[in-house]
Design a protein around this ligand. Structure first.
Ligand code: 13P
Ligand code: SF4
Length: 355
């Protein structure tokens, strides 16, 4: 297994992070309820539905469900968007999720609370460099994580999410195929260790998950020796090695419910706790420690881009006369090319249990 170094891509991620402003101050309960009511009416008026990720703040998840929308992981969000009968989809998550919805349903209007909400994995895999890398290894099957741009997806043979990455690469390995994997190096290593496939890895990483530390989790385990450790596979290898359950956000929520442990140390974005607490109401859920705290950590277990999905931003997406700040547009030439590997994933996973 070898890893490609991309200093230029790292700089792109750093520059984006430096530009993120602090989230707006929180609303009172009454203000929240009023805004939710306003959004519910706007959704009806616009024939629109909200599709939200588990990392969005609790009020966004609550709103999505209360208005007949959906909250889930990136794979199920893609399916829900494809099958939704509404003309407009409001995708509360990050840009690649909005683009996936648009690629799968070009006839629908796909809006996001803000187009600024991106992802360090997407940013860290620019199409020109990635294409060069693929061209240099023409005998490899190109598998990319859903956390990529439409252009990167269009260059790929397969798209996967963390719900199905292991199974799809296992399938390709059984066919004797060598793999180019991008962009998340930690997820790539995890898959490689599980499947034993021959993989060339891009060196991207998630700024939220790369901050979890095995040492911090060891210290937590000393305090809570009976606790199970639940880890998203975008975390570093030594953190994954400590896990009782590794999986996508939906798989971690399922594990929280089904594991016999009464205490759970969870290494992923804390947005997930809203649903995890509903799934396992009698268990103690403990946030895994990150490298820094307060001003010294860049994410503190909450994705700064997911945090941009506020109630006000959703209202703006449904009322603004300037849709350029909200509407997801994907180049018409890219749509059929990016749809092909996404359709392959959706077809493959249709027969998989529990995803
Ligand atoms: P899931 O597919 O597990 O929801 O993950 C998406 C993501 O961005 C995790 O950081
Ligand atoms: Fe991207 Fe990480 Fe945020 Fe998920 S949590 S959207 S992988 S930066």
């Amino acid at each position: 297994m070898s890893l490609v170094q991309n200093d230029a891509a790292r700089l792109i991620v750093k520059n984006h992070l430096d530009q993120i402003e602090a989230p707006p101050s929180s609303l009172t309960e009454t203000q929240k309820r009023e805004k939710m009511q306003q959004i519910a009416e706007l959704l009806k008026e616009h024939d629109a539905t909200i599709i939200a990720h588990y990392y969005c703040d609790p009020e966004i998840q609550e709103l999505a469900e209360a208005t007949g929308g959906f909250v889930s992981d990136s794979l199920a969000m893609a399916r829900f968007g494809r099958d939704a009968p509404q003309k407009k989809l409001i995708v509360a998550g990050v840009k690649f999720m909005g683009e996936t919805a648009k690629i799968l349903s070009p006839e629908k209007t796909v809006l996001m609370p803000t187009l600024e909400a991106t992802c360090s994995l997407d940013l860290g895999c620019p199409i020109d460099q990635f294409s060069e890398f693929c061209d240099a290894h023409p005998d490899h099957t190109v598998v990319v994580y859903a956390n990529t741009s439409a252009a990167v997806k269009a260059r790929a043979d397969w798209v996967v999410t963390s719900s199905c990455a292991v199974e799809i690469i296992d399938h390709l390995d059984s066919l004797g195929q060598k793999i180019i994997w991008a962009p998340d190096q930690h997820l790539g290593r995890y898959i490689q260790n599980k499947v034993g496939a021959e993989m060339l890895l891009w060196d991207g990483s998630c700024i939220v998950h790369e901050e979890f530390r095995a040492r911090g989790i060891e210290q937590m385990k000393a305090l809570y020796p009976e606790a199970a450790v639940l880890v998203h596979p975008e975390s570093p290898t030594d953190v994954i090695e400590m896990a009782d359950a590794v999986g996508s956000t939906s798989q971690l929520i399922h594990a929280a419910k089904t594991l016999p442990h009464e205490q759970l140390i969870v290494a992923t974005d804390r947005g997930i706790f809203y649903k995890m607490r509903q799934a396992a109401p009698n268990k103690q859920i403990i946030e895994a420690p990150t490298r820094g705290a307060g001003a010294t950590c860049r994410s503190c277990a909450h994705c700064p881009w997911m945090a941009m999905n506020s109630l006000d931003a959703i209202i703006d997406s449904l009322t603004s006369s300037d849709l350029s700040l909200h509407e997801i547009l994907v180049d018409a030439d890219l749509i059929p090319l990016a749809k092909k590997p996404l359709d392959k994933m959706l077809e493959f996973t249709a027969s998989m249990k529990g995803v």
